[in-house]
Design a protein around this ligand. Structure first.
Ligand code: PAF
Length: 282
C-alpha cells in the first residue's frame, strides 16, 4: 500500500493507474477509521480497481468552538486498517499541502446547506465542499464513496458534482451500525459508557419513527415530538429532530409527500454531537 503526503505524488499515482486503463475510487475520510469507513473502502473496491483513501482532518469544516484540536487521530492504526482492507493508496497530507497562505476561493452550496447541520454549524459545508473539491482535483477519481450517515453532506456533494461538472460518479453507502444500533462514528470514542448507552435513544427512536411513517402515519408533528422527547429523556441535548423531503431537504406538503422521507437527528450526549438518520421510501 502506498502512502502519499503531497498532492503531486498522489496525482501522479492516480494518473499512472488511469494511463494503464485502471479506475480509481476515492474514499474521503478524516481518519480514526472504523468499520463504517472500511465498508466504504470495500464498496469503492467493487466499483474500481484502485482504492485511494484520503485521511485528512479538515480544519475549515470545524467551527471556532468545535472539536478540531481534540478530534481523534491515529495515522499508524488507520494505515494498518487500510492495508488489511485492501486499500491501494492512502493520501494523508499535512494541512499546508491542502491550504495555502492566502487562499480566498471557497466552494459554497447555498440551498441544501441552509438546513439541519448547516443551520447549527455555520460554514461547515463550505469547508466540506472546498476540501472535497480539492481532493477531487488532486486524486481525479472515477468514483467516490460517501456514507449515508452524513446524508446532508452526501446530498450536497452530489449537487456540487452536478453543478460543477466533476466527471465523478458518487456512490452512496449505507449506514453501518454497532450491533446495538448506534451508528458508527469516530466521535463515538468520546462517549462515556453511560453516554454511549443513553445515546441508543437516537437510533432506537429513529427506527420507531421510520416504522410509524412506513405504516402510513402522517402526523409528522407528533412523530417528531415523540422522538424529541425520547432523546431528551435519555439525557440527550437536542440540536434538531426533523422529518423532511429526502430530496430537497425541505419540508414537504403533507398532502403530497415526495417519494422518500428523511428522519434526521442531531443531539449532544455530554460534549459529543451525534447525528443519525433514516430514509423512508413512500
Ligand atoms: O465525512 C467526512 O469525514 C468529511 O466531512 C469529509 C467528507 C472527509 C471531508 O472532510
Amino acid at each position: 500500500m502506498k502512502i502519499f503526503r503531497t498532492s503531486s505524488d498522489m496525482n501522479a499515482f492516480s494518473r499512472e493507474v488511469r494511463r494503464k486503463g485502471g479506475r480509481v475510487g476515492l474514499v474521503p475520510t478524516m481518519g480514526y477509521l472504523h468499520q463504517g469507513h472500511i465498508s466504504l473502502a470495500k464498496i469503492a473496491k467493487e466499483h474500481s480497481g484502485f482504492v485511494v483513501l484520503s485521511n485528512f482532518v479538515n480544519p475549515t469544516q470545524f467551527g471556532p468552538n468545535e472539536d478540531f484540536e481534540r478530534y481523534p487521530r491515529d495515522l499508524q492504526r488507520d494505515n494498518n486498517l487500510c492495508e488489511q482492507a485492501g486499500v491501494d493508496a492512502v493520501f494523508a497530507p499535512p494541512v499546508e499541502e491542502i491550504y495555502g497562505r492566502n487562499e480566498s476561493v471557497w466552494v459554497v452550496e447555498d440551498s441544501l446547506s441552509t438546513v439541519l447541520c448547516g443551520k447549527s454549524r455555520p460554514g461547515h459545508f463550505r469547508g466540506v465542499c472546498t476540501v472535497v473539491a480539492k481532493l477531487f482535483n488532486i486524486v481525479e477519481p472515477d468514483i467516490a464513496v460517501f456514507g449515508m450517515k452524513d446524508y446532508q453532506q452526501l446530498k450536497i456533494i452530489e449537487q456540487m458534482v452536478r453543478d460543477l461538472k466533476f466527471q465523478i460518479r458518487i456512490i452512496r453507502a449505507p449506514i453501518v451500525r454497532e450491533p446495538d444500533g448506534l451508528a458508527m462514528s469516530s466521535r463515538n470514542k468520546y462517549l462515556s459508557p453511560e453516554e454511549r448507552k443513553n445515546a441508543l435513544a437516537i437510533s432506537a427512536g429513529i427506527k420507531e419513527a421510520a416504522k410509524k411513517i412506513s405504516a402510513g402515519c402522517k402526523d409528522y408533528k407528533k412523530i417528531k415530538s415523540e422522538l424529541a422527547l425520547r432523546i431528551s429523556q435519555s439525557g440527550g441535548k437536542l440540536d434538531y429532530v426533523e422529518i423532511l423531503d429526502a430530496d430537497s431537504l425541505h419540508e414537504f406538503s403533507y398532502k403530497n409527500p415526495s417519494k422518500n422521507i428523511l428522519v434526521a437527528v442531531a443531539a449532544f450526549y455530554g460534549k459529543t454531537r451525534l447525528i443519525d438518520n433514516a430514509i423512508v421510501g413512500r
